[in-house]
Design a protein around this ligand. Structure first.
Ligand code: AP5
Ligand code: ZN
Length: 212
């Protein structure tokens, strides 16, 4: 299947995409992880405001379209089935996406703003393997240590309260129109993103199975 998972920062896209990729044996294509892995890539030749993705990400702003479009194009050309996470984030990216692939289903994870802030400011990630935790909702067995690999758990640079607020503002301004676009097109299905991770997963799985 070709699945697009939409949702605000902290809605659970990463958490659910990993499970979908395993269950359906498809690629997890995520612009956020790809950019974090290439934070210091020199993009100055692209006539951008900042010279690296890092500067945009730490400010909570969108990395320029030409950088992310290229990442997605390459990743999708190598994938048979996929779940796309973190892209498209504005209408221009949505238009570009429609030129390079067809989607089977667009799932929107609905979560309230208050819950988003709690999730993001409490998130911790493993700096070795990338596993995701939450200090309250899914703590590791030993504080600060990854259950899976023993690596250190750290806070993402953009998960501080001020940057979280800015990411939510950027989401409202740029990405909510993308949600409306797919809703108008009739391809959007909405899932309540506030249940337990297992409940949310079962709801998404049902939508993907119904669409493919
Ligand atoms: P990106 O990495 O995509 O971040 P995001 O969209 O802000 O999403 P997050 O990863 O923060 O949240 P998520 O929805 O994946 O939630 P998660 O599962 O982790 O982008 C980062 C930056 O990169 C952007 O700001 C931008 O600069 C740049 N960028 C990326 N894509 C771009 C693009 N296309 N164009 C331009 N720039 C781009 O869950 C969050 C927390 O909640 C975790 O702690 C988790 O354990 C917990 N949790 C998850 N589900 C539940 C649940 N059901 N109940 C309780 N807790 C839960
Ligand atoms: Zn780990």
């Amino acid at each position: 299947p070709h699945v697009l998972l939409l949702g605000a920062p902290g809605a659970g896209k990463g958490t659910q995409s990993k499970r979908l990729a395993e269950t359906f044996d498809i690629e997890h294509v995520t612009t956020g992880d790809a950019l974090r892995a290439n934070k210091d890539m020199d993009i100055s030749h692209m006539d951008t405001e900042y010279d690296t993705p890092r500067a945009y990400m730490e400010a909570g702003e969108l990395v320029p379209d030409e950088v992310v479009n290229e990442i997605v194009k390459t990743a999708l050309s190598e994938a048979d089935g996929y779940v796309l996470d973190g892209y498209p984030r504005n209408l221009d990216q949505a238009e570009y996406l429609s030129e390079i692939t067809d989607l089977d289903v667009v799932v929107f994870l609905d979560v309230s703003e208050e819950e988003l802030v709690d999730r993001l400011t409490g998130r911790r990630v493993c700096d070795e393997c990338g596993a995701n935790y939450h200090v309250e909702f899914s703590p590791p067995e030993e504080e600060g240590v990854c259950d899976e690999c023993g690596g250190d758990l750290i806070q993402r640079d953009d998960d501080t309260e001020d940057t979280v607020r800015e990411r939510l503002r950027v989401y409202e301004e740029n990405t909510e129109p993308v949600v409306e676009h797919y809703r108008d097109e009739g391809t959007l299905v909405e899932v309540d993103g506030e249940g337990t991770p297992d409940d949310v997963f079962e709801a998404i799985r049902g939508e993907v199975e119904a669409a493919t």
